[in-house]
Design a protein around this ligand. Structure first.
Ligand SMILES: *[C@@H]1O[C@H](CO)[C@@H](O)[C@H](O)[C@H]1NC(C)=O
Ligand SMILES: *[C@@H]1O[C@H](CO)[C@@H](O)[C@H](O)[C@H]1NC(C)=O
Length: 247
């Protein structure tokens, strides 16, 4: 979900001349790089590269909602483990996986995991980042006793607990996540700002991974060089475990 996902079209306040007018929707000029026109009548914004869909007066994201008989409804919660990919067709990381390493989720990194010698062949491959979510919380899909809970850390990066530890940094947020079947993994804490991916710093090395951040009213300016993305859910069979533990 993004900032504009439920804005009624009438409120968009489009004014001729303000936008780079190149097309018209009914009588209204609009910039097709920023809006999509439905039925030659209704304008919806494009957010995170997704032209929002239209349902009886509201624009909505297919990562969270569906429109059935002109009624907007939430997608059902996903009930099995899943992996995530970044979604924004305008970015080079479109379709790249969310990966866990160093107690931190990034986009397009390498999943880092560990398998104790005594467990050996009984460990899952550990090369994919598998996640489970329910009741607003989220955790890593692992075998290690105690599991590994995931959370928004105080910088609004996604972190997860170390194996055998329940420690979560003070100021972290452990609830308010939505995971929708056939849709996306949504942070409901940010007042609709949604996820963003920050390109690797040119000088800092760090490989091809982009940092994943959750934006909100207060950090949006600081993260202005980051690009909005949706996180697309890919459901896996019930019981899929990704690793003994992620490191
Ligand atoms: C992970 O490892 C399994 C088994 O070795 C392999 O089939 C799969 O393609 C690998 N996945 C990735 C993303 O590398
Ligand atoms: C927004 O995120 C920042 C971290 O980037 C955090 O310090 C701040 O408290 C958050 N703001 C709100 C309103 O939750």
């Amino acid at each position: 979900m993004h900032r504009f996902s439920l804005v009624a079209t009438a409120l968009l306040g489009l004014t001729k001349g303000v936008l780079g007018d190149t097309e018209t929707c009914g009588q209204v000029p609009y910039d097709p790089s920023k809006y999509v026109c439905w039925d030659n009548e209704f304008l919806c914004p494009i957010t995170a590269g997704e032209p929002l869909s239209y349902c009886a007066g509201a624009c909505y994201s297919k990562f969270m909602y569906t429109c059935t008989n002109n009624v907007l409804t939430l997608l059902p919660p996903v009930e099995t483990p899943f992996t995530l990919t970044a979604d924004n067709p305008n970015l080079p990381i479109h379709g790249k996986p969310v990966t866990a390493a160093n107690q931190h989720w990034v986009v397009n990194g390498e999943t880092a995991s560990y398998c104790p010698d005594q467990v050996g062949d009984a460990c899952p491959p550990g090369n994919e980042t598998v996640i489970v979510s329910g009741g607003g919380t989220v955790s890593m899909s692992v075998m290690v006793p105690g599991g590994q809970q995931a959370y928004l850390d105080p910088y609004w990066n996604m972190g997860y607990t170390q194996a055998h530890s329940a420690y979560i940094p003070p100021g972290s947020i452990t609830t308010g996540f939505g995971a929708y079947q056939g849709g996306g993994f949504v942070n409901l804490n940010g007042n609709g700002w949604g996820w963003a991916a920050c390109p690797p710093r040119a000088s800092g090395g760090g490989g091809p991974a982009w940092n994943l951040v959750a934006r909100n009213d207060t950090n949006a300016e600081r993260y202005k060089d980051c690009s909005p993305i949706n996180l697309k859910i890919h459901s896996l069979p019930s019981g899929t475990v990704g690793a003994w533990q992620y490191t």
